[in-house]
Design a protein around this ligand. Sequence first.
Ligand code: SDX
Length: 429
Amino acid sequence: MTDKSASMNLPTGNFDFPVLEGTVGPEVVDIRKLYARSGMFTYDPGFTSTASCESAITYIDGEKGVLLHRGYPIDQLAEHSTFMEVAYLLLRGELPTQQELDEFTYTISRHTMVHEQLAVFFRGFRRDAHPMAVLCGVVGALSAFYHDSTDITDPEQRMIASHRLIAKMPTLVAMAFKYSLGQPFMYPLNELSFTGNFLRMTFGVPAEPYEVNPIIENAMRRIFILHADHEQNASTSTVRLAGSSGANPFACIAAGIACLWGPAHGGANEAALNMLREIGDVKRIPEYIARAKDKNDPFRLMGFGHRVYKNFDPRAKVMKATADEVLKELNISDPVLDVAKELEHIALNDEYFIEKKLYPNVDFYSGIILNAIGFPTDMFTALFALARTVGWVAQWNEMIADPEQKIGRPRQLYVGHTRREYVPVNQRG
Ligand code: SDX
């Protein structure tokens, strides 16, 4: 709270509202009592100017390209941390001591297996089902298997459900991949790192030992860290809204997965690589740039633009460097990377993109790395969901523990008919 206030001169009167300030970032006008006092709503579709909650987890400065997780810069975490350490940081608020990290990692590793009946559940899907469709179903179904951690009023159950979700997502994502191939599911091997365990479940087969490639393990570690959390983005807001009704955490994360799937959000990594492949050659880039600028063409450059970042997405910088490193270390030359770099160069020097502040986002380069590692494009968003589960769970816990939180229930500007009387069908013209 500050001693500042905001005066609003409205058709229904003049009102003062308190101004609240955080530790950093824009101050907010507290309009919680606006409707009760003035009889008016604010109008902000897409919530471009609306703070939906207080949070201490992630801070983004879109103008400066800043992304902090509990105060730590994303580039330092991507360089020095592990996904388990970032998960601990997001959930608990501090970097763990070695002992705390070991205990947390052990706890998570104890939840990596899923109920055997879930393997039967998978068999209900077509083999060619999109992995995100499978994940929406299977993660929502977890609440049918883990009744002992669905009471959200019990902090102990909340923490167990949080650990289960973080631990089981890699297993379920790997199962979705194996199911699409017709290969047997691989059980977790907990002596491996979180990322190594996932890679073995994904690319290993029961017929032979699987050696985790450290280059790929390191690339996936970075990719998971870069996708872990991102303030109140669409899918996180979905998880919070679902959680505000008291829905169990498995149902809330399933809702987040459904929202993330959209091509304007987490589905952009799949769409971006498909777009780069469709362009195929640097000579065709101008044609697509023109389409992206054409108001009458719904085409957008996938992997470009962001609601918050208006200079650069710090994650895209790390992702671009990782793409270079991984392709070089794996000795892969992918012409799509050349198309991506040339497209970025042309776009960043084009008036339209400069004026609209459009830059590559986290999804622009990630697909190139994932493709080089061997993932099919329809797995990309599932990998995003695997990593973002940590952020969703941390944000969900923060919301449930927030004494100010209540069920989310936005209002509207009604533009439909006023009252009119029913007309029997034989009198309608
Ligand atoms: C993610 O919110 C998050 O934090 C999300 C995320 C996370 O970690 O959770 O960062 C992950 O979702 C990244 C974004 C992935 N999506 C894409 O790459 C899809 C392509 N990008 C766009 O659809 C768009 O940029 C959004 C959805 C990302 C942001 O849209 P906004 O903020 O609502 O901006 P807008 O749609 O109002 O666009 C502003 C202008 C428009 O032109 P005008 O109407 O003003 O004339 O910029 C244009 C848009 O037409 N524009 C683009 C464009 N993105 C915006 N034009 C061409 N290509 C694009 N990619």
